[in-house]
Design a binder for this molecule. Sequence first.
Ligand code: ARG
Length: 461
Amino acid sequence: MSKQWGGRFEKPTHAEVEVFTASIGVDGRLWDADIRGSVAHARMLGAVAVITPDEASKIIKGLEAVHADIQAGTVKFKPEAEDIHSEVERLLAEKLGPLAGKLHTARSRNDQVVTATRLYLRAQSDALHADLKSLQTWLVDASSGFRETIMPGLTHTQHAQPVSLGHHLMAYFWMFQRDIERLASGRVRINMLPLGSAALAGTSFALDRKMVATELGFAGVTANSLDAVSDRDFVVEFLSTAVQVVTHLSRLSEELIVWSTPEFGFLQLDDSVTTGSSIMPQKKNPDVAELIRGKVGRVTGALVGALTMLKALPLSYNRDLQEDKTFLFEGLDTTRACTRLMTLMLENARFNAERMKAAVKGDFSNATDLADYLVTKGMPFRQAHEVVGGVVRFAIERDVGLEDLTLAQLQENSSMFGADTLALLQPTAVMHARTSEGGTSPERVKEQIALARQLLAAKGD
Ligand code: ARG
């Protein structure tokens, strides 16, 4: 294939160099964004009379025909095409002949590629946003049914204080809410039009960049042509949000894996989202959760790759930047898949409230409440902590939980314990007592669920 830039070359490109420099295998997916960018560019060139209105409309029709062919699957991208941008232009030339050559007036692939990347990423970022909202919707709906479902709350992976399963699941809602906010913020910086910056310095043609921005739905145009063709901050920023998403997913995955062990038995994952073993007939493995946990490395790798690509890169466009899409698509695809698979796994999970409740019984996670009781009777908290430490030892020696002690036994440890102590030691009472704002008491969880539902219903979010 003759190169767009072949004029000054005496020799053909070495075959290995062709392969090494080509990106069509990676950037082929930008075809729709590339064509939309070209249509807007051609329309604007016609409007400002750089080309005639008739030429503009022929080019636009030609581009629409190329779009239809690609969509219908009737064209295959040539593997020897350098990238999707050259390939679309070649396909256009097949239809229009030399007129196709007018499309690239006042444009370089340097501003073209980053325009297509921004258009594509804007839609994909919105799609991830929607994926996250589906996950959040499951979390809120499930949490609302599990506000009274008691389970051990852990610190250091040791029983600490009981919480409700609803409260626990809602913790993840808020993690994903912050991710959504990060996506929304990053979108503002994705949504600027670089086209019109040409190769690096701008162009001598009197373009109407705002017209192109409006047609493509960009909020504005970039202010500096050198920056516009070199900037990939928006890729880094998106990948950094993606890493946060998959990191949150990996924490949830880890809990699902542990909860579905026979030792815990808090959870049964559905057959449809688990896999078996080729040797052990009894096995049902949480491979989806494990893979979500395992795939964090890919997304983190993509972020580090993008940052490393940019480090010390001089202005303006350099071919290094072509690597951005490998990192971006790897991070994007992995994050979207992990988010959707997590939702699917959760939608099909069965929680075992009885096992969770049994795990709290006699686990001393009511000890803080015993100390708090003494505080209400006037004892300084440090002293109450000491006294209750003694009660815990007392109960361990007798092999019972705190809630199994009699009033007389409690009073052996402190005469301040009254008859009302026994009721507050019941695990459910302990959970209900956590009434501070953001606490695990069912009333407070109801509040956060109401707030979450408002956020989910908010327009544009
Ligand atoms: N495919 C390239 C990229 O993705 C765009 C081409 C720019 N090439 C050039 N020689 N200026 O970055």
